[in-house]
Design a protein around this ligand. Structure first.
Ligand code: ASP
Length: 319
């Protein structure tokens, strides 16, 4: 048996240091710490990377601070439509859902698609029916309502804009710096897994789907290279096929995890005019937390690696 590692993100973006009060910073730190320790506990006890990333993402989905599950942003119609995907690196198995409403934990549904259906990608009403069939938990609209998210929608509509948590324009309030969530892990058996979940973009319409539910774009895992979960401007991450690109840079060009992530995010996404980041782990258990935005809510821990939690360039908590 070899060593395990896990890394998570809670979104990247133009996080304003000035507006992130000590209380808010402490709340994010606590939420990230709780999520990563839940994932780590599973790995420590000899559990799988798949169970670890599921547990970490469920914890973040249940926390209203992040744009996923309970804290999902509102669409133009005032709804919460969520996307999620999950993948295992030893067998390239994957499950994804898009456009789902009222499902408490979209990542559990993506996992159910992977494990209990013949398919990889389900969306909308069909995906919700499948969630019922699998006995997954549903919540009322009230569960997903947060005043700050709703105010964010009203502002976006006044300005006739579609807001990404990452956009500069939405930096006028710290409350808008809540992001998509994701996790990657390597377990003691050397297997990798990745999971990503999001509410997408504020004021999105016409059935818009982002990268988070698209295998190869927002999520990818392959034991021969790495596991990746992305956060950022979904349209650009789809066009850059970012998660798979990182795996390919490692597999075909023999680059290190750090170098592959740097090229995909700091070079290519920057050149495309996009911002965001990734958390990634490779087959040897190395972890990379890489972004080209002002900050990224992120954390990592491993058997041989102390807990790291960060928002900006510098660490905000080290245990
Ligand atoms: N990538 C997500 C999307 O475009 C948003 C995010 O990462 O915050 O839906």
């Amino acid at each position: 048996m070899s060593s395990y590692s896990i890394a998570i993100h809670g979104g990247a973006g133009t996080i304003s240091r000035r507006r992130l009060t000590p209380d808010r910073q402490a709340a994010y730190t606590q939420a990230l710490t709780q999520a990563i320790l839940q994932g780590e506990a599973i790995l420590k006890q000899g559990g799988t990377a798949l169970d670890a990333v599921t547990a970490a993402v469920v914890s973040l989905e249940d926390c209203p601070l992040f744009n996923a599950g309970r804290g999902s942003v509102f669409t133009a119609d005032g709804k919460n439509e969520m996307d999620a995907s999950i993948m295992t690196g030893h067998d390239l198995n994957a499950g994804a859902v898009a456009f789902v409403k009222n499902v408490r934990n979209p990542i559990r549904l993506a996992r159910a698609v992977m494990e209990q259906s013949e398919h990889v990608f389900l969306c909308g009403d069909g995906a919700e029916k499948f969630a019922q069939y699998c006995g997954l938990s549903f919540e009322t609209d009230a569960y997903f309502f947060t005043q700050e998210r709703y105010d964010q929608l009203l502002k976006a509509q006044r300005e006739q804009r579609i807001l990404l948590d990452h956009s500069e324009e939405s930096a006028d309030s710290v409350d808008k710096k809540h992001g998509t969530v994701g996790a990657v892990a390597r377990d003691q058996y050397g297997n990798l897994a990745a999971a990503t979940s999001t509410g997408g973009m504020t004021n999105k319409q016409f059935g818009r789907i982002g990268d988070s539910s698209i295998i190869g774009c927002g999520t990818y895992a392959n034991n021969l290279s790495c596991a990746v979960s992305c956060t950022g401007y979904g349209e650009f991450f789809i066009r850059g096929v970012v998660a798979y690109d990182i795996a390919c840079l490692m597999y075909y060009k023999n680059l290190s995890l750090d170098e592959a992530c740097r090229i995909a995010i700091q070079e290519k996404q920057t050149q495309m005019g996009s911002d965001g980041g990734v958390v990634a782990v490779d087959a040897a258990g190395n972890v990379c937390l890489c972004y080209n935005s002002a900050g990224m809510y992120r954390a990592a821990i491993g058997q041989n690696r102390p807990l790291f939690v960060g928002i900006f360039e510098d660490n905000i908590a080290l245990l």
